[in-house]
Design a protein around this ligand. Structure first.
Ligand code: AMP
Length: 170
C-alpha cells in the first residue's frame, strides 16, 4: 500500500504557483486511512501521549484519529474568534501579513505530553504557532507529526529541537 497514491496534486490551487496536496482521496479510502494512521502511530514507538493538538482544519482529520487510537485528548487549534471559552493565541507569518491560531486556555495542563499534528509541513509557521500554544500552557512536546513534509521549504528549521515525523516526504 502506497499512501502517496492517495494524495492528489492540484496545480495552481488556491492560487497560481501553488501545488496543492489534496488529502481527500486518502480520507475517502478506509484501507489507506488505516495504513496511514498505523504508520503515524508506529513512529511514536509506544511513547505516552496525553493530548493531540491539530490545526484547523485539515489537521483535525488525522489529529482526531490519532487521539482516539492513542487514548489521548484532542485539542482543536482554531482560527481567531471561533472558540467560545477563554483562549490563548499564537500568531504566525503568511506570505502577506499574519494569521493566528487559538486554543482553549484549559485544553492542556502543565506537564501534559503532547503530540502536534497537521496534514502538511510547508514553511513551518503553522507548526511553530502550535508549539507556542503548547508551551504557553506548560505542555511537553513529544513529537511533531505530519502526513507529509514539503522538505524543499525547509519548514523543519523553524521547529527544531523536537522529533519530527512525516509519513511522506516530497
Ligand atoms: P506552513 O505554515 O507554511 O507550514 O503551512 C502549513 C499549513 O498550510 C498546513 O495547515 C497545510 O494544510 C497548509 N498547506 C501549506 N502548503 C500546502 C500545500 N502545498 N498543499 C496543501 N496544504 C498546504
Amino acid at each position: 500500500m502506497q499512501i502517496k497514491n492517495y494524495i492528489r496534486d492540484i496545480q495552481d490551487f488556491p492560487k497560481e504557483g501553488i501545488l496543492f496536496k489534496d488529502i481527500t482521496p486518502l480520507l475517502n479510502d478506509p484501507t489507506a486511512r488505516k495504513e496511514c494512521l498505523s504508520v503515524l502511530v508506529a513512529s511514536l514507538n509506544g511513547q505516552h501521549i496525553d493530548k493531540v493538538i491539530g490545526a484547523e482544519s485539515r489537521g483535525f482529520f488525522f489529529g482526531m484519529l490519532l487521539a482516539q487510537e492513542l487514548n489521548a485528548g484532542f485539542v482543536p487549534a482554531r482560527k481567531p474568534n471561533k472558540l467560545p471559552f477563554t483562549t490563548i493565541s499564537a500568531s504566525y507569518n503568511l506570505e502577506y501579513g499574519t494569521d493566528a491560531l487559538e486554543i482553549h486556555a484549559d485544553a492542556i495542563q502543565k506537564g501534559d505530553k503532547v503530540l502536534i499534528h497537521d496534514d502538511v509541513l510547508a514553511t513551518g509557521g503553522t507548526a511553530k504557532a502550535l508549539a507556542e500554544l503548547v508551551e504557553k500552557l506548560g505542555g511537553e512536546i513529544v513529537q511533531f507529526n505530519f502526513l507529509m513534509e514539503l522538505s524543499f521549504l525547509n519548514g523543519r528549521n523553524k521547529i527544531e529541537g523536537h522529533p519530527i515525523f512525516a509519513a511522506i516526504t516530497y
